[in-house]
Design a protein around this ligand. Structure first.
Ligand SMILES: O=C(O)C1=C[C@@H](OP(=O)(O)O)[C@@H](O)[C@H](O)C1
Ligand SMILES: C=C(OP(=O)(O)O)C(=O)O
Length: 452
């Protein structure tokens, strides 16, 4: 075997129809969005913060490395608890080398915001996938605040930014429903004199707002006359350190939920998943498709700025087709790839629209899912802003193909799940991207009884 053969053997993996049902009780790793924000805000606070349940995926570790490179002390104890000694608002230091953001859009865009109101210059680099993603959406508002950018063609990475002090507070109405853009502006506002304001026509995940409240930021949230959300942050206010418990990630739980719904006779429980309403779209969608999901033991993790968590019990179900409301897209934006798999096994025609944003994630998730699903026997039509899927009515998909993941963890995991409900199994060409958001995914599937 040549060395390139051994590399591909190590990264490709086949997922076969589960020999029996899936069963058991599991937990998924900590929420990725909350983990990024926990590290960034702790690094800006005065004093020592403690974070329990941090996602130790590559994306979050890229954020940790960047915060360290700018002066925060970040340590992981043997018991898995993370301690962060912050530098105070405005206290980040000039990084000595380029900040390597790996595959992570969230790290890149939120850190661009954080640094825009610091007196430093930073260069951002990333992998081949991240280097194709649009950064103009944060360059525009942050330029209005006074930061300067030299980006690669099309407003892409590698890019260098020069932050500014004092930055100029802005009022910015989001032209695209993006929590990353919202958060970048709010983070820039922390070290900007006066009030920085973001107007959100369609609500997106609100973890930044919740966590800023917990850290003692002066933040005000209201609705304007057009019923748009208005978020205001007052700058130059110190943050106080915090103890944070990170709940399980609904975007990771999504793969296990769909797997249990489509593999006959399955019944599993995924414990400790946040069902923050801005993130619970997939569970609602699956319930509307006839999925039997019981939300158990609601409780709050983390007090005032906390998140509501549930244990989700889910069992195999006859699913029916769905036409989700485009207004619900932000509440499940990362879950569409696996929702397409559910639709491919459902009864009838599902129509997914309003999904333009999926084209600028780690891969073009509309085209990549359409091609992959077709190659394993699903009936799929690609439209400009989504997919039309004629489901099998519960019959297993043909399978037998190898799926190219294009450095996209959600593509890899979605087709792994599809493999569990296929006759010939599905091979994933490269499982390495899964480590960005869901370390332990394959072991968890095996523990539930999947054929891997
Ligand atoms: O703010 C965040 O943590 C995220 C927001 C979403 O991106 P957009 O805001 O670009 O839609 C999502 O896709 C990403 O995985 C995480
Ligand atoms: C889009 C995603 O993440 P990011 O934008 O942080 O790369 C994702 O996790 O699906």
């Amino acid at each position: 075997m040549s060395s390139s053969d051994s590399v591909s053997a190590a990264v490709s993996m086949r997922f076969d129809a589960a020999p029996g049902a899936l069963s058991g009780t599991v937990e998924v790793p900590g929420d990725k969005s909350i983990s990024h924000r926990a590290l960034m805000l702790s690094a800006l606070a005065v004093g020592r913060s403690r974070v329990e349940g941090l996602l130790e995926g590559e994306d979050v570790l890229a954020t940790a490395a960047a915060m360290r490179a700018m002066g925060a002390r970040i340590e992981r104890e043997a018991d898995g608890i993370w301690h962060i000694d912050g530098v105070g608002v405005g206290g980040l230091l000039q990084p000595q080398t380029a900040l390597d953001m790996g595959n992570s859009g969230t790290s890149t865009r939120l850190l661009m915001g954080l640094l825009a109101s610091h007196d430093l210059t930073a260069t951002f680099v990333g992998d081949a996938s991240l280097s194709k993603r649009p950064m103009g959406r944060v360059i525009d508002p942050l330029s209005q605040m006074g930061a300067e950018f030299t980006a690669s063609p099309g407003g892409r990475l590698p890019l260098t930014m020069r932050g500014t002090v004092p930055a100029v507070p802005i009022t910015y109405r989001l032209p695209v429903a993006s929590a990353q853009v919202k958060s970048a502006i709010l983070l820039a506002g922390l070290n900007t004199p006066g009030i920085t304001r973001v107007i959100e026509p369609i609500p997106t995940r609100d973890h930044s707002e919740r966590m800023l409240t917990g850290f003692g930021a002066h933040i005000n949230i209201s609705n304007n006359a057009d019923d748009e959300r208005v978020i205001e942050v007052e700058g130059e206010v110190e943050l106080r350190s915090m103890n944070i418990k990170v709940p399980g990630d609904p975007s990771s739980a999504a793969f296990l939920l769909v797997a249990a719904l489509i593999v006959p006779n399955s019944i599993i429980t995924v414990r400790n998943v946040t069902m923050n309403p801005t993130r619970a779209g997939l569970v609602t969608l699956l319930e509307n498709m006839g999925g039997k999901i019981i939300r158990k033991n609601p409780r709050f993790l983390g007090g005032e700025s906390g998140e509501i968590v549930y244990d989700l019990q889910v069992m195999h179900s006859v699913l029916t087709a769905i036409e989700p409301d485009p207004a619900a897209v932000p509440s499940m934006v990362d879950e569409f790839p696996v929702a397409f798999v559910a639709a491919a096994l459902a009864q009838g025609r599902s129509v997914f629209r309003g999904l333009h944003e999926l084209r600028v994630k780690e891969s073009d998730r509309i085209t990549v899912m359409a091609d992959g699903l077709r190659s394993i026997g699903a009936r799929v039509e690609e439209i400009e802003d989504g997919l039309v899927i004629d489901g099998t009515g519960g019959e297993a998909l043909e399978g037998g193909a190898t799926i190219a993941t294009h450095l996209d963890h959600r593509i890899a995991m979605s087709f792994a799940v599809a493999g569990l409900a296929s006759r010939k199994g599905v091979t994933i060409d490269d499982m390495r991207p899964v480590a960005t958001s869901f370390p332990g995914f394959v072991d968890l599937l095996r523990a539930l009884g999947a054929g891997v």
